[in-house]
Design a protein around this ligand. Structure first.
Ligand SMILES: [Zn+2]
Length: 340
């Protein structure tokens, strides 16, 4: 059984003009993967998301407003977020790809998968497009898993360099979604402080892991290995989704972190191991990443670790970075597994 790569040509019709979040991002990923035989992944055309699945996260009035802007030929939605005539359809397929990925994982049609579309999604809140994002695809897919597939526990690891404020907000008071975000701080959008741990019955289920500029493989990998990985064992998610942005790469023009493609591959390898143990399927949903060559290589490095033949291997012996130690201490109150 092959892993799956979900894509749709509508991703190229979301015309942002001169903008770092551009159609060439998708072309760069496809060029890299095509040169490597798609790493054995089966390519799947993403359907448009079903309206009712989308409106389980975004109110109908918001969806209709985005639809109207596209129908009118496009326009600015936010200071840095634009829609063109093709954007609504592209965003429907981006969310639809994430949902189809979850379906295929839960139905046992694929062990792993990668949903690669634009626009990205993790900054979109229920009622607001921002940060290049229209619909929050990963949140729509998580909501689908909970509502339609009756799952009780979904984990989202967001390693995009920016805080996934939309996902953070949407599941802020939910104990059904464990949201773990590693992000440069301070940086756009300014949210994601370590002190934001969720609210109400969702307290302790929002794990914000801000890192300083210039954080690289060592810090990112340590946070994954020593915080996210034990949380998989503790929370026992029924599916794990990675909001896979690649703008923490050292070549990226929009941020100052120094992660390498090998670092992204190592983080995927780290996550795979506890997921296999917990029987939780693992899928990635593309977010940011604006250095085209680095983006293609980093997506490939991630996917390389998510093929049935890649051995999960033993745990990497990674030093506990001070930031990871601090985070373990901070969250041990809710997750005793992180103590010590
Ligand atoms: Zn980003």
């Amino acid at each position: 059984m092959a892993s799956v790569f979900l894509e749709h040509p509508s991703s190229l019709e979301h015309d942002t003009g001169p903008h770092p979040e551009q159609p060439a991002r998708i072309t760069a990923i496809e060029r890299e993967l095509s040169a490597r035989g798609w790493l054995g992944f089966e390519r799947v055309a993403s359907p448009a998301v079903e309206r009712a699945v989308l409106t389980a996260v975004h109110p109908e009035s918001y969806v209709a407003a985005i639809e109207d802007v596209s129908a009118a030929g496009g326009g600015a939605l936010d200071i840095d977020t634009v829609a063109s005539a093709g954007s609504f359809n592209a965003a429907l397929h981006a969310a639809g790809g994430a949902v189809r990925l979850v379906e295929m994982l839960l139905d046992g049609e694929a062990p792993y998968g990668f949903s690669a579309h634009r626009p990205p999604g993790h900054h979109a809140t229920r009622r607001r497009a921002m940060g290049f994002c229209l619909f929050n695809s990963v949140a729509v897919a998580a909501r689908f898993a909970l509502d339609r597939r009756r799952l009780e526990r979904v984990m989202i690891l967001d390693w995009d360099v920016h805080h996934g404020n939309g996902t953070n907000d949407i599941f802020h008071s939910s104990e059904q979604v464990l949201f773990v975000s590693i992000h440069q701080w301070p940086l756009y959008p300014g949210t994601g402080a370590a002190s934001d741990v969720g609210a109400g019955s969702g307290e302790g289920f929002t794990i914000n892991l801000p890192v300083p500029p210039r954080a690289g493989d060592e810090v990112y990998r340590s946070l994954v290995e020593h915080v996210a990985v034990p949380l998989v064992s503790a929370f026992e998610p029924q599916v794990v989704l990675i909001s896979a942005g690649y703008d923490a790469h050292r070549d990226d023009p929009l941020a100052d972190c120094t992660v390498t493609e090998e670092g992204f591959g190592a983080m995927a390898r780290s996550m795979r191991r506890p997921c296999e143990r917990a029987g939780a399927p693992l899928g990635c949903v593309l977010e940011g990443g604006y250095a085209l060559g680095a983006l293609g290589r980093s997506v490939a490095a991630t996917m390389e670790q998510l093929t049935p033949v890649a051995p999960a291997g033993p745990g990497d012996q990674l030093a506990l970075a001070p930031l990871a130690g601090d985070a373990r201490e901070r969250f041990a109150k809710w997750w005793p597994e992180l103590a010590g």
